[in-house]
Design a protein around this ligand. Structure first.
Ligand code: HEM
Length: 333
């Protein structure tokens, strides 16, 4: 046996001895076990069983799969945001998980926020698949079989928001001021969460079924996450850095980009898609969730801003506007 193999066997012996295990039994297991395959590792066969359209329209497969792709990216975002909120993992020798770091490293912070930025940039760019990749006639037909489900009910999207900012910034902008400095519990703030406005029935002003079902399934989970992240959300973690690190351009730019990616660029390309499918000469088609989406979806109306202290007064006033004018209205004309 060459020396490196001997060395490795010795290390393995030590590893198992530390846990009171006999290396021989494990070597037997190694001899008996099969080689790993791509299909077992990626679970691709299971993954490909998860596409179940509700109608025979071929383009519905694109719609369902693009939502699934988006949810996978959202999962990657949450994977990073959670690590930032806990200061990042300490990995020991032999790849052992040694728990969370006690202190947050500013470069780690910026790089991981930038990973989320890249995921959102990929999503914003690929939204073209929705805008131009389906026949409008097919979309307008099969969507009727999906009522009252809506992307509005994406829990991961809301969790990204909860992880990213102080909860007060997710309160409806028209009442937000009245809660500032009051120290109200998350439960009270949640009653005024901005997205309630996007889920009100046009005709009656009541909560839509889409919202009622969403709350029934996820409200408790969202409130628990918001309580858990009061001191651990991305803004709170930023504020825990030293003054010098807080002034670091890399750190500040990563956060500003996140704000624009999540609150302007993705919402706008999504809104542009809603316009291109649902806007009609004879009045707009109601959304599957039955909402007033034209007044709700544009970022310049929502003014969702994760990091208001990083933007000037003017930038906040102009939030989302230029993009709407140059992209959406030009497309409609
Ligand atoms: C043809 C494609 C799409 C159209 C026409 C569309 C349309 C809409 C509309 C009209 C709403 C308002 C709520 C409602 O009444 O349903 C909405 C909300 C939403 N959709 Fe989509 N959507 C599309 C694709 C997607 C995709 C691929 C995702 C990815 C998960 C998504 C995620 C969302 C989210 C997160 C909201 C809530 C936004 C907010 O509260 O600000 N949508 N969508």
């Amino acid at each position: 046996m060459d020396n490196t193999v001997n060395e490795k066997v010795k290390l393995l012996e030590e590893k198992y001895a530390q846990m009171g295990q006999d290396i021989n039994s494990y070597l037997d297991g190694l001899l008996l076990s099969n080689y790993l395959t791509y299909w077992d590792y990626t679970q691709v066969d299971t993954l490909l069983t998860l596409q179940n359209p509700k109608t025979d329209y071929p383009d519905e497969l694109i719609f369902i799969m693009y939502h699934q792709i988006t949810e996978l990216y959202f999962k990657l975002c949450l994977h990073e945001l959670e690590q930032i909120s806990k200061n990042g993992k300490r990995m020991g020798v032999n790849g052992k998980d040694e728990g969370w770091n006690e202190k947050l490293d500013p470069i780690f912070f910026a790089e991981r926020v930038n990973r989320v930025n890249r995921y959102f940039e990929a999503l914003t760019k690929s939204f073209e698949i929705m805008i131009n990749g389906m026949e409008k006639e097919q979309f307008l037909r099969y969507r009727m079989a999906l009522l009252p489900a809506s992307g509005f009910q994406s829990a991961q999207y809301r969790m990204i928001e909860i992880f990213s900012t102080d909860f007060i910034n997710l309160v409806d902008k028209d009442v937000r001021e009245s809660f500032i400095g009051k120290n109200e519990p998350i439960e009270t703030l949640f009653e005024h969460i901005y997205w309630n406005k996007g889920a009100t029935e046009l005709a009656t002003g009541k909560k839509t079924l889409t919202l009622k079902q969403f709350e029934k399934k996820y409200a408790a989970k969202f409130i628990a996450l918001a309580n858990d992240t009061v001191t651990k959300n991305i803004w709170a973690k930023y504020m825990s850095l030293s003054e010098t690190d807080r002034a670091n351009k890399r750190v500040v730019n990563a956060l500003k980009e996140l704000d624009v990616n999540v609150n302007v660029n993705w919402p706008l390309v999504h809104y542009k898609t809603a316009v291109s499918y649902l806007a009609q000469d004879s009045g707009d088609a109601p959304a599957t969730g039955g909402t007033n989406w034209q007044k709700y979806l544009p970022p310049r109306f929502q003014k969702r801003i994760f990091y208001p202290l990083l933007w000037s007064k003017e930038e906040k006033e102009e939030w989302g506007k230029a993009w709407v004018e140059t992209n959406v209205f030009k497309t409609k004309a």
